[in-house]
Structures are given as C-alpha cells and as structure tokens.
Design a protein around this ligand. Structure first.
Ligand code: HEC
Ligand code: HEC
Ligand code: HEC
Length: 374
C-alpha cells in the first residue's frame, strides 16, 4: 500500500516536471540561438549520441579493397573544394567566415580519419548529421562517389597546402585565366582540354557536342544521378552549357597510356560490342555507338578511348536502374540488364582500348587541333 502511494507520487512528480518543461518551451525560454553555443554537457551529450549512431550504422557497411586508391582521392578533391571546404577548411585554404558562427561549429577534418573508420566516414559523408548542418550526399545511389570522398579524407592528413592546391584544382583554375571553362569551375576537375587525368574523371574532350549539352542539362535538372556533377552544374543556364559543350567537343586531349588488358578479355568485349549477346538479350553496342564505340549516332556518346573504370561504373549504375539520363536512357537500362560483372569488365576494357587501339583522338575529324574557347 505504502509502496503504491510512493509510486503514485513519483508519477505525479514526473508528470509535473514534463508539464513545466512544456510550458517553458511554449514560453520560448529554451534558447535555440546559434550564437549562444551549447553548454559543455549538451555538446558532449550530442556528440556521444552522434558517435553511437554512426558506429551502429557502420556495422553493416562493407569497405571496398581500393579505399585508398589515389585515383579516388583526385576524383573527390575538387568536390571537397566546392562543397566542403567552405565549412571545414583545408590545408592552405581556411573555412569561410560564416560557418565559424554555426552551432556546432564544423570541425577541421585533418584528424577525421583517425577518429573514424572508413565505414564510419562513409556513413557520415553519405547521410550527413541531423541537427548540425552537415549535409547528406546529394545523390543517394552513388556509393562510389561517397567512397571517393572517404579516400580523400583518409589522404587529407598527409597533404600540405601545395598538395591541396594541386589536387583540388585551385592551381589549375588559377593558371587557366579568364576562360569560360575556368569561370564555370570545370577546369578544376576536367582541365581545359577535358582529358581523363588517369581515370579521375571521364574523357569529355572530343565528345559529341549534342550529347555533352544534353547530359549536362540532365545533371543540372536532377535527371542524371551524380552528386559531384549535380553540384558542378547547379545554376548554369542553357546558353552557358551550350558554349561549354562546344568548347569541350572541340578539344583533343592527350590519351592516357593504354592499360595492359588480357587479350582474351578484349576479344570477349569486342564480340559483345559488334554482335551483342542474343541469348541474354544484350543488343550490339555498335548499332548505336558505332564500330568499336567510335562512330556514334546523333545524341549518343562516343565510347572509344573513354576511361575503362568510368565506363564500368556507368554500366553498373544502368544495370541497377540508377544512372538516369535523357529520354533515351531507358534503352541503356535494357542493354545493360543482361551483362554480368565479367561482361562489363570485358566490354569496358575493349571500348577503352578503342577499335584496333584507335582511341578518341584517332577517330575524330580534325586530328589534334584544339579550337579555342570563348
Ligand atoms: C554547412 C556546413 C557543412 C558542410 C557544407 C559540410 N559539413 Fe561536414 N560537418 C559539419 C558540421 C557542423 C559537423 C559536426 C557535426 C557534429 O559533430 O555533430 C560536420 C562533421 C563532419 C564530419 C565528422 C567530423 C568529426 O571529426 O566528427 C566529417 C567527416 C564531415 N563533416 C565531412 C564533410 C564532407 C566530406 C563534406 C562535403 C561533402 C562536408 N562535411 C560538408 C558541417 C558541414
Ligand atoms: C569537382 C569536380 C568536377 C567539376 C568541377 C566538374 N566535373 Fe564534370 N565530371 C566530374 C566527375 C567525377 C564526372 C563523372 C560523373 C559521374 O560518375 O557521375 C564528371 C562527368 C562529366 C560529364 C559526363 C561525361 C559523360 O561521358 O557522360 C560531363 C559532360 C562533364 N562532367 C562536364 C563538366 C563541365 C562542363 C563542368 C563545368 C561546368 C564540369 N564537368 C565540372 C567531375 C567534375
Ligand atoms: C539502342 C541504342 C543503344 C544501344 C544498342 C546501346 N546504347 Fe549505350 N547509350 C545509348 C544512349 C542513347 C546513351 C545516352 C543515354 C543518356 O545519357 O541519356 C548511351 C550511353 C551509354 C554509356 C554512357 C556513356 C557516358 O559517357 O556516360 C555507356 C557506357 C554505354 N552507352 C554503353 C553501351 C554498351 C556497352 C552497349 C552494348 C552492350 C550499348 N551501350 C548499347 C544508346 C544505346
């Protein structure tokens, strides 16, 4: 009996406290101003909750073997400069003044790779952090891009200001002067000539003008999935896109040295390109992309001499149904659905090599002439 009364009093007490807290919140007595910061205990508590949540989330993430590939570091570095440095700062390039007044204040990331495992960084960069201003990756299906950023964060502690200027494209942009691709921010990642930088980005120099313009608009309008290029094209008008497409279509970048490829794999890839795989309902790629992928129909991309890793990633995205693209992208979802992982590797290697080793440059009219941009 006695015990019951005490329990009842306790419940009344708790109810009273909750009501008082509600009244205080209703009256606006809980400060949400960023300028007042957090009490120490609140900051500790929120960070503790965040850490536990990230650690649990990361239990189910499988870390790829190539998590420290330098190509991935280069792929993400330019995006770090445009999308992250403003809040977090980088070697030789401090954060902007506004994030300094955020609560919580965005931390420097030079020690993030010591504090977090690759899988934990993957969850943080992919999903962002609630109640903090740390954004999620803009393209939820692009795990490959998030892993590139994880590789960058893991390389960050060893970078000095000169490394960062070079990797992030700040140096290239400064060197490119006042050209349109420099003003539009493309030079940081694609250079002026649109070469592939060893596979960090796709070759766009010498690509068809109509395809370049269409796919840039697809990125900008969110029809093509890709966090890096969606950010890079946000805010570009159609006319600027048309001029950028003409600039890169007119370039003749130096091809990357041909990677060694197993002759059997190349032959298997070449057969799929010219004949398809009727039993798996895979059409001949050459029907639309031309022999060896070098002579495409209007609006369809040239594939000969493209980076093999990029081609394989696009085919995987298509097979998963997440690549997106223009009104004709559906034909690629169907074309890729019957390809196995081994078929994708073979076809990508053969296309990268180009027909009889003829890559982008050799199959283009105009040789190595590079018309100037406006
Ligand atoms: C608008 C500002 C803002 C932007 C932009 C931003 N972040 Fe953050 N980020 C934060 C804040 C604030 C935190 C701290 C969150 C916390 O501790 O609860 C954070 C935390 C992090 C952490 C965990 C750091 C640690 O040591 O706990 C990583 C890693 C990170 N961000 C990476 C990135 C990357 C990569 C990008 C770009 C794709 C990015 N951030 C863009 C604000 C930002
Ligand atoms: C931060 C680095 C970065 C910047 C800046 C950038 N790009 Fe890209 N670009 C990439 C990456 C990485 C890809 C591969 C995209 C993917 O996998 O979704 C790409 C893809 C492309 C493609 C698609 C190629 C294809 O074959 O479909 C085009 C076209 C392109 N970029 C043009 C541009 C132009 C024009 C600009 C300037 C407005 C620009 N990019 C700015 C990194 C960048
Ligand atoms: C019926 C015509 C057609 C056939 C057949 C076809 N493609 Fe395509 N392909 C397209 C079109 C159209 C696009 C551009 C889609 C878009 O982005 O809107 C494309 C784009 C691509 C891309 C993306 C290139 C880039 O720069 O991002 C790759 C890779 C590709 N195709 C590979 C293949 C392979 C491999 C085959 C054969 C197995 C094939 N295609 C067969 C029409 C075709």
């Amino acid at each position: 009996m006695n015990r019951r009364i005490r329990l009842r009093h306790l419940l009344y007490g708790l109810g009273g406290l909750a009501a008082a807290a509600l009244v205080a919140l209703w009256a606006g007595l809980m400060p949400v101003t960023a300028s007042s910061g957090h009490w120490r205990i609140t900051a500790w508590f929120l960070h503790w909750v965040m850490q536990n949540s990230v650690r649990t989330d990361a239990l189910f993430v499988e870390t790829p073997a190539e998590v420290d590939d330098p190509v991935l570091v280069r792929r993400a570095a330019g995006h770090f400069e445009t999308a992250c440095r403003f809040c977090h700062g980088a070697p030789g390039a401090p954060a902007g003044p506004l994030p300094f007044n955020m609560t919580p204040r965005p931390p420097g990331l030079e020690h993030a790779a010591d504090a977090w495992s690759p899988a934990e960084l993957f969850r943080i960069v992919g999903h962002g952090i609630k109640f903090s201003g740390m954004p999620a990756w803009p393209a939820p299906a692009r795990d490959d891009e998030v892993w590139a950023m994880v590789a960058f964060l893991r390389a960050l502690p060893q970078m000095d200001a000169a490394d960062y200027a070079q990797l992030s494209g700040r140096a290239a942009t400064a060197d490119a002067g006042d050209s349109l691709p420099a003003r539009a921010g493309c030079v940081a990642c694609h250079g002026t000539d649109g070469g592939s930088d060893g596979g960090a980005v796709p070759v766009i120099g010498g690509q068809r003008t109509d395809y370049l313009a269409a796919t840039l608009i697809d990125f900008r309008d969110g029809r093509r999935d890709g966090g890096i290029m969606q950010v890079a094209t946000a805010g570009l008008d159609d006319d600027t896109i048309a001029r950028l497409a003409r600039h890169y279509a007119g370039q003749r970048p130096e091809p990357d040295p041909a990677a060694h490829a197993d002759p059997e794999r190349l032959a298997q890839g070449a057969a799929i390109i010219s004949d398809g795989m009727p039993e798996a309902r895979v059409p001949a790629c050459s029907a639309c992309h031309g022999a060896g992928g070098a002579d495409p129909k209007p609006g369809i991309p040239r594939l000969a001499g493209q980076d093999a890793g990029y081609l394989a990633t696009q085919l995987h995205l298509w097979r998963a149904g997440t690549r997106g693209g223009g009104p004709r992208a559906e034909v690629m979802t169907r074309a890729a659905s019957g390809l196995s992982d081994a078929d994708i590797r073979a076809v990508a290697a053969a296309l990268a090599r180009g027909e009889k080793g003829r890559g982008y440059r050799d199959t283009l009219p105009g040789g190595t002439a590079a018309p100037a941009a406006d």
